[in-house]
Design a protein around this ligand. Structure first.
Ligand code: ATP
Ligand code: MG
Length: 159
């Protein structure tokens, strides 16, 4: 069984992330979405909330599992009994970052394979940061994130 781990902050999940998850689920037997718990970073949503939001928008996809992790990704891959990392690429700067991360992860475990999927053209401009920025200034975030989570984002931003 081919299992891919798709890591990220997902603070919150966007249409760009969801597209990679859906397409990844067609390519791999299972996609494990790995929500990064980083105690030093300030997030809009706690890791358990980020997990819950992703679960809500992926509940119709059978072969997707949502988990959180901290520490080294290569250790989490071992826990998941796989060597495959799934990533999404929007721009050249994403590429440069992922290229570097792939080498680091290979240095830590030479068995690691990073598989990158190109963003769909309709999602190239979407990131969690831009969603939060637009929401903060009262802009319309429908089209950027799944409809089911819009009210969660708006009420958290307006706290
Ligand atoms: N719109 C998108 N299309 C394709 N891949 C994406 C998109 N947004 C994020 N990704 C990919 O999803 C993974 C997780 O990304 P991450 O959690 O950093 O999201 P982000 O939207 O870039 O958030 P932030 O703005 O906080 O950096 C990365 O591989 C990233 O390149
Ligand atoms: Mg990012």
């Amino acid at each position: 069984m081919r299992v891919a781990v798709y890591p990220g902050s997902f603070d919150p999940i966007t249409n760009g992330h969801l597209d990679i998850i859906k397409r990844g689920a067609k390519v791999f037997d299972k996609v494990i979405v790995a929500v990064l718990v980083n105690v030093d970073k300030k997030y809009l949503f706690e890791s358990n909330e980020r997990v819950e939001l992703i679960k809500r928008v992926t509940r119709d996809i059978g072969n997707v599992e949502i988990r959180s992790f901290d520490g080294l990704l290569v250790n989490f891959l071992k826990e998941c009994k796989t060597n495959i990392i799934l990533k999404g690429l929007r721009t050249a700067s994403d590429f440069e970052y992922e290229f570097q991360m792939a080498f680091i992860n290979n240095e830590l475990d030479s068995n690691t394979e990073t598989v990158c999927m190109m963003s769909s053209s309709k999602n190239i401009h979407i990131s969690s940061s831009t969603v939060k920025q637009v929401a903060k200034f009262g802009g319309d975030i429908s089209g950027l994130v799944p409809n089911e989570i819009i009210s969660d984002i708006m009420s958290r931003i307006n706290l």
